[in-house]
Design a protein around this ligand. Structure first.
Ligand code: FDA
Length: 307
């Protein structure tokens, strides 16, 4: 029951101010967001890639309120890409972006987000890598898919995320499972109403498997975004049945969650990409990680009491 309460708090400005200012929070946040600056995150990039892992990099931030903040988000990604260039990682380090951080919710936001994200996609292509558009709450998705389609005209490798908990996603998956597409399937991390989304874990898991089958049997490149051991085993089985080789799909997990599993899958020869978030505007990302696992909240609360 705690999950929905924490997700509601993740959108509250008052809670944002309170939690962001709490003196001990940073320590707990570091588990999921292991750096605040590019200088802080580059050693983590090196460490993960030295261990045979790939990355998708996220500059944390969302729901910005001015066009200047959207431009700052764009510039933060451009700086990151510039600093990644000498490492010559190519597609081993791709970018994940949230369009709400690029201005999507502002007046004229669809065009603004497209204008701000395009230079990031161009810069990524110049260093041999690509960008995946994260999926946010369901009201933003028509705009996200339209921007995805527009970007793919010039950069066909641009990826997108679909969420198994939404009723619409089976249809989206059928449309997206076409040659050349890159699609990350996740369960979904936002608080969604019963009119648009499954609410029960077992329903979401069943939908995940149906959608994953569509992606695996299709012609695109499936990216399995989950830490769920059952779904990972099913994904391996579906890939085998669909006749996919190890480099024709990949697993993705979040930094700070099931790190040993990242290494185990990579050692088995799988492509394993770690979603690595950094930056100072970590509140929304951090709260979604708390909501996913109530034990995280207990750990967080204990750290505040014992300090
Ligand atoms: P589930 O929640 O059932 O967890 C399975 C197991 O994993 C748990 O039992 C626990 O051991 C571990 N675990 C999961 N979450 C944990 C946590 N926070 N802390 C500690 N342990 C945890 N969502 C979205 O709406 N839009 C998006 O764009 C993305 N992008 C994205 C990228 C990648 C690479 C991943 C892995 C996930 C996302 N998500 C996302 C988040 C996703 O929707 C979902 O909320 C989480 O992945 C948790 O779901 P699982 O599939 O891991 O299963």
């Amino acid at each position: 029951m705690l999950g929905p309460v924490i997700l509601a708090a993740s959108r509250s400005d008052r809670m944002r101010r309170l939690i962001s200012a709490a003196p001990v929070t940073k320590q707990v946040v570091d588990r999921f967001i292991p750096g605040e600056t590019v200088d802080g995150i580059l050693p983590i990039v090196r460490q993960l890639t030295d261990n045979g892992l790939e990355l998708t990099m996220d500059v944390v931030g969302e729901d910005i309120t001015t066009p200047e903040q959207a431009e700052a988000a764009r510039d933060a990604y451009l700086e990151l890409i510039d600093r990644l260039k000498p490492l010559e990682l190519g597609e081993r380090a791709e970018m994940s972006v949230k369009l709400s951080m690029f201005g999507q919710a502002l007046p004229g936001g669809h065009e603004l987000a497209l204008a701000n994200v395009r230079p990031v996609v161009e810069a990524a292509a110049e260093i041999g890598t690509t960008v995946t558009l994260d999926a946010e709450d369901h009201t933003t998705l028509d705009s996200m898919f339209a921007i995805h389609e527009e970007l793919r005209k010039d950069f066909p490798q641009t990826g997108c995320v679909i969420q198994a908990y939404l009723f619409r996603t089976e249809e989206d998956a059928r449309r997206l499972a076409a040659a050349g597409s890159r699609v990350r399937l996740v369960k979904g991390a936002y608080k969604e109403p019963a009119e648009v989304a499954y609410q029960q874990k077992h329903e979401i898991d069943k939908a995940y498997v149906r959608i994953l089958r569509t992606l695996m049997e299709g012609e695109g490149y499936p990216m399995i975004g989950s830490h769920d051991p059952r779904l990972i085993a099913i994904a391996q089985e579906l890939a085998r049945t669909a006749g996919r080789k190890l480099d024709e799909y990949e697993f993705q997990m979040l930094y700070g969650i099931r790190g040993e599993e990242h290494l185990r899958l990579a050692a088995e020869g799988h492509r394993m990409r770690v979603y690595t978030a950094y930056g100072t505007d970590w509140y929304g990302y951090f709260m979604r990680r708390l909501a996913e696992k109530p034990a995280n909240l207990r750990f967080f609360a204990r750290s505040m009491i014992t300090k």
